[in-house]
Every structure is written in C-alpha cells, then in structure tokens.
Design a protein around this ligand. Structure first.
Ligand code: PEP
Length: 249
C-alpha cells in the first residue's frame, strides 16, 4: 500500500506574504490520508517550515548543487536545504533540464547528494511533444530513469515524477491510457532494477496541468501514487481539493 503524495512545486513564485497560503491550506485539509508537500523557492524554506509546524504539511526544495560545499557562488547544497528543515527535494525537473542543461548524469549526482543529506528525492522524467509524436516516449523515459536514478534506491529515498514536458503549465494532459502506459512502464523498470519489493513501493507521481477538475480521474489510473502540481499548488483553495481528492483515491 503506497501512501499518496500531493506535492506542490511553487517554482519561481512566493514571498513572505504568501505564507498565509500555508496557514489556509492547513485549515482546509485537516488531517488528510495523503502526504502533503510544498516546495517553495529556497528563500522561503526555513520560514515555511516554521509556519507549517503542527500541520501535516511537509516542506521541500526545488534543486541543489551536487557538491556539499565549496566555490560555487549562488548555489545551495542538499545539506543546506535539509538544515533549513526540508525533507524532500525535486530534482531533474524539465525546466532545469531545459534552462540549465541538466543531464541525466547531473541529476544522478544531485540525487546521491540529496540522499547523503537524508532527503527524499523526487526525480522527474518526461518526454517532449516531438518525442511523443515520434513514438519515442518510453525510450526517453527508460533512458532518464536509468541515467538519473543512482543505485541502491529505496522507497524512503526515492519518488519518481512522470511529467510530460508538453503538459507542464499548458492546460494539456495526456489521455488516461497514456498516463497509465507510462506509469506501468516506470513501475516495471523500477521492479526490474531494484527488485520487486523496492520497485513496488517507490511512489510514482503524475505531473502536468493537474488541477481540482482532473485530479480525481488521474488519481485512479494504475500506478499513479499522487501528483506533482505547479500552478494549482500556489493557492490553498486550488491545492486543498487536490490533496483531498488524492486522499480519497
Ligand atoms: C510542474 O512544474 O511540475 C508542473 C506540473 O506544473 P503545472 O502543474 O503548472 O503544469
């Protein structure tokens, strides 16, 4: 039995004044059966951890450098975000792969660093529209999984997020069959590489234009263990119904 995870990715959004969204979210969700996570910009991690204290909301980061410390101006390490109170970290998001040229090897190094700091890594994979149109989706996802996830994964250390690049922030989503096909494929790959026990217990999230209207049907697709949500996680009134729908699924 995998506990569903509702994860919000705030991306480059969020000021101190937005901490009220966390208070509101906490009061709207009560004690949900799904795990709840918000990943704000790094500037808000420490304060948001304090705001969320006593609520079921966990706080995560959106990125880290692979090194623990050193001459890397402007970067932050996995140890630093853990020290600020984060328990999860999103790695290999397609926006970072596109904007900063993050390769699978780079994502793997960051994931190792996150694990060493005691964080759970949410490793993102997903195809572009061209790759889907040319029927390369599963090859691409298979390559990203093999290259981005280090050996010795466990369900405590790893969550995989399937996020079709063309569905992120566009209002478009794959069909339920398409989502199911990719999630079943990811599950099979995890079982093949890490063994049935681990492979069956790692959670696989869907991400890409998930919202209060489509969450229910997506949440019932096989091997969908939650959602990684961008735009609809910014406001408590949008994210709370997603948390509650995932809790019921
Ligand atoms: C994301 O950035 O991870 C994401 C899924 O964004 P959105 O929900 O806005 O498509």
């Amino acid at each position: 039995m995998r506990t569903k995870l509702a994860a919000g990715n705030w991306k480059l959004n969020g000021l101190m004044s937005d901490l009220t969204e966390i208070e509101q979210l906490a009061s709207l969700i009560g004690s949900p059966s799904a795990e709840v996570l918000i990943c704000p910009p790094a500037t808000l991690i420490g304060t948001m951890v304090q705001t969320a204290k006593g609520s079921p909301i966990k706080i995560g980061a959106q990125n880290c450098h692979h090194a623990q410390n050193g001459a890397h101006t402007g970067d932050i390490s996995a140890e630093m975000v853990a020290d600020a109170g984060a328990s999860y970290i999103i790695l290999g998001h397609s926006e970072r792969r596109a904007d900063y040229g993050e390769t699978n090897a780079c994502v793997r190094d960051k994931t190792k660093s996150a694990w060493a700091a005691g964080l759970t890594a949410i490793v993102c994979v997903g195809e572009t529209l061209d790759q889907r149109k040319s029927s390369n989706t599963l090859d691409i996802i298979g390559g990203q999984l093999a290259g981005s996830i280090p050996d010795l994964a466990t369900a405590e250390k790893l969550v995989v997020a399937y996020e079709p690049v063309w569905a992120i922030g566009t209002g478009l989503t794959p069909t339920l069959d398409e989502i199911g096909e990719v999630h079943d494929f990811i599950r099979a790959r995890l079982e093949r590489r890490f063994g049935e026990g681990v492979g069956r217990s790692v959670r696989i999230l869907y991400g890409g234009s998930m919202n209060p209207k489509n969450v229910d049907e997506i949440a019932h697709v096989s091997n969908v263990d939650g959602g990684l949500v961008g735009g609809a996680s910014l406001k408590a009134v949008d994210f709370a119904p997603i948390v509650l729908a995932l809790s019921k699924a």
